[in-house]
Design a protein around this ligand. Sequence first.
Ligand code: ADP
Ligand code: MG
Length: 704
Amino acid sequence: MANWLDNSVKYVAGVGEARAKLLEKELGIITIGDLLRYYPFRYVDRTKIYPIAEINSNMDSSLVQVRARITGVAYAGTGRKQRFSAFASDASGSVELTWFRGIKWVEKSIEVGREYIIFGRPSFYRGEVQFAHPELELVEQFASRKERCALQGIYSSTEKIASSLGTKGFFKIISNAWEAARNNIEEILPQWLLDHYSLIPLRQALHDIHFPQSAEQLKAAERRLKFDELLGVQLLVQTLRSDRLSRRNGFLFPKVGNLFNDFFNNRLPFSLTEAQKRVIKEIRQDTITGYQMNRLLQGDVGSGKTMVALMSMLLAIDNGFQACMMAPTEILARQHFATISRMTEGMNLKVAILTGSSKAAERRYALEGIASGKVDILIGTHALIEDKVQFANLGYVVIDEQHRFGVEQRARLWTKNQQPPHILVMTATPIPRTLAMTLYGDLDVSVIDQLPPGRQPIRTYHYTDAARLKLWGFLREQIAQGRQVYVVYPLIKESETMDYKDLEDGFESIVRDFPLPNYRVTVCHGKMKPQDKEESMRQFKEHEADILVATSVIEVGVDVPNATVMVIESAERFGLSQLHQLRGRVGRGGGQSFCILMSGEKLSREARQRLQAMCQTSDGFRLSELDLKLRGAGDINGTQQSGITFDLKIANPTLDSQLLQTAREAAIRILADDAQLSKAENIHLRKLRAKHSGGQRFDFSMIS
Ligand code: ADP
Ligand code: MG
């Protein structure tokens, strides 16, 4: 069924071909519906009019309006420096309005002697209030328009959009889109839902979100639009769950065999924590039910997830299956391979590795071994999902630090099988458990909430550049004590060259400023060849280097217990979960470890909060909760996990948890009555559900 709102945005008055292209490129707006769902990020109260005398320098970045009469105009400059000014006053004072562009048009439309509503950002010049490029509207006109939006939406924009349309222009096309669409907006929720949950109609919500007349109206509109988004997610989550539970196609791992027992009794280098034992039990219980396991294992950095992975893989192999383990980076894959090979040495077990840079012999061994069934465990990177990799009998998949693997990639792994293998996804960037359960309703969640004994909490400090000498002194002390140090630089894609320059400069200054005899520095970053990276990591691991200067390639998983100091340069440029991950690289041996966050003096409020949080707590769960509050849930790490793309524009599952519960309840009710969503009244709900599956081509049964 064609939906009118799916028409191209180019048909909206004031848009046209060129702007339509721009809107798509800059804001992802393609259809009229997209434009109407491009919501304001804040609102200005347009019922509030300030006397000029009350405007003060604290308002210099906010939008305000005054009501004033134009007393005169003036021209200054020539050519490109030309400027047009108008002077306006109310009973309390006067302001200067200036234009540098579009002068011809402005001078024609301004009438001296008439009263206008002047709307813009005030600035101050020698104590005088000025507005550059304000919006002007005759008082009479404004009065007639006021009815339509007492709160004016402010839309986030980009430089290109701003120069093509301006704030006013953008608002105009939104208004035009509304005018065109207003009689073509179909309700998507069945009437009983609206009644039962006191939701306003969609048409009204789409109007009021752009043109609210009051705060109450705005709230009702927000509630309705958030509900739609959360309901879509919940319909999908609940469908996935019942799908999975209705199938009984999981492999059975009924026995605890020789490999597991031998390892447990004779080779375990330490005793397991209670939390590790519990999770292994949970996995074991899952794999004897006949259901296919789909488990998310959350455990803070350093909590010992690798051991859980290994022991559960042994269970699979004891039952005649192969297992594989995917890691997000080459370094991490190699590390897992080394650790697991070492721990299982002498056992009747074949472990192989496959990565993008595997040499011919390594690759052949892995591919042949896995196809013939000779190899029991295959460890690797994305290379594992290549078509060439054919397992003889894959029963169990572990995915480490999952946020880098998309659901589609995982699906490709197990389309290799007739029956889907059991899946364990491990992550150190947890989301709050209750949230996980609600969002990923179809997943089982395990938590390792305990660190191995004897770990001393890492001390975290925030230094500014002024304290750099102190930092060098501290590092020298640590190195003199035989400890090793990481120095990490941010790497942000858009400015890669600049970032590498930071790293190179940093490396040079360490080499130059570091008057310690015989200390050794090595470098590791993403632009190096794999074998150089590996060599550099090897040097650091075997303590042939004291300092590793790196980009965040070492973010996940790297395990060098003798390293006790993590220095993070330009720490304000990292997100909380990344900082926490990086910090987790130290504190792995017995010694006291330190994390030093370096930043400039000037910090945004949010960056300061992040760095403070890091200094105050080392609890990954608390940090992730805070992270969600600071960033919103739009980009929760691991959202891909559930096969759901959270196309959330307005709802925030953390902040709107109440409404999320409501949506969940609604979804369950709807599906209980019409699981296929095939009733006429649910036709739109079906689309709403499909929207959050990210347009995946494979069928739902392959996701879980
Ligand atoms: P993560 O959960 O971050 O992946 P790892 O699996 O890398 O953590 O484990 C971190 C370190 O703790 C490793 O050096 C590992 O050998 C060690 N470790 C794991 N479990 C235990 C335990 N129960 N007792 C002592 N040390 C442990
Ligand atoms: Mg790990």
